[in-house]
Write a protein that binds this ligand. Sequence first.
Ligand code: ADP
Ligand code: AMP
Length: 214
Amino acid sequence: MKIIMLGAPGAGKGTQAKQIAEKYHIPHISTGDIFRANIKNGTELGKEAKKYMDQGMLVPDELTTNLLVDRIKDADCENGYVLDGFPRTIPQAECLDRALEGLGEKIDFAVNVEVPDENIIRRMSGRRACLSCGATYHIQYNPPKAENVCDACGSQLVLRDDDKAETVKKRLDVYHAQTQPLIDYYTEKGVLAQVDGTQEIDKVFSDIVAILGE
Ligand code: ADP
Ligand code: AMP
């Protein structure tokens, strides 16, 4: 099963994608996590991506698309994957479609997690991220068992540089201008599914399972 998670930054794509990956035994591929891992390891890709990420801007399409198209050819993607944070622009979506066509494959579901902008700033300021394993928590809505420590791998949790209020506003503008048009794009392809992302995490997940099937 090949799934795309759509939604504003902070809508809960990563939170849901992790659970989807576990339930359906497919890899969770987050371009944001890949960039953050590269930043942490000081790679050239990380240095280049950081320039854009810190300003709330998108990393250029060519860089992001090449990375993603290579990743989905890996052996663990044989039975599908859940993409989180990709595509974020129409050119990225077109590029993914071309790559899939070449492999004789297609996207099965694009799940749009809908959350109004008013809720997003509150979510982002309370988000705590694990830069080692990509797990995400919220100090109020989804706290880790021990304060500031990742349940999954024991690493220290951080407030992401790009989760500060000024950067979040910019990211929302970028989302509306460049990413939201993908909702129409996948509606036209007949694969769009909408879920109400303002509900509790478990309810959002059960709505998604109802769409994807048991
Ligand atoms: P995205 O991957 O879309 O940027 P995340 O999954 O990281 O979003 O979620 C953003 C923040 O909101 C995190 O702190 C997460 O724990 C929290 N969160 C996710 N889903 C919900 C929800 N349904 N209700 C309340 N908080 C949520
Ligand atoms: P995320 O973890 O999905 O919130 O992504 C964090 C940041 O990484 C974004 O604000 C972008 O700067 C960058 N990024 C992640 N995915 C993409 C993408 N598909 N295209 C461009 N930039 C991306």
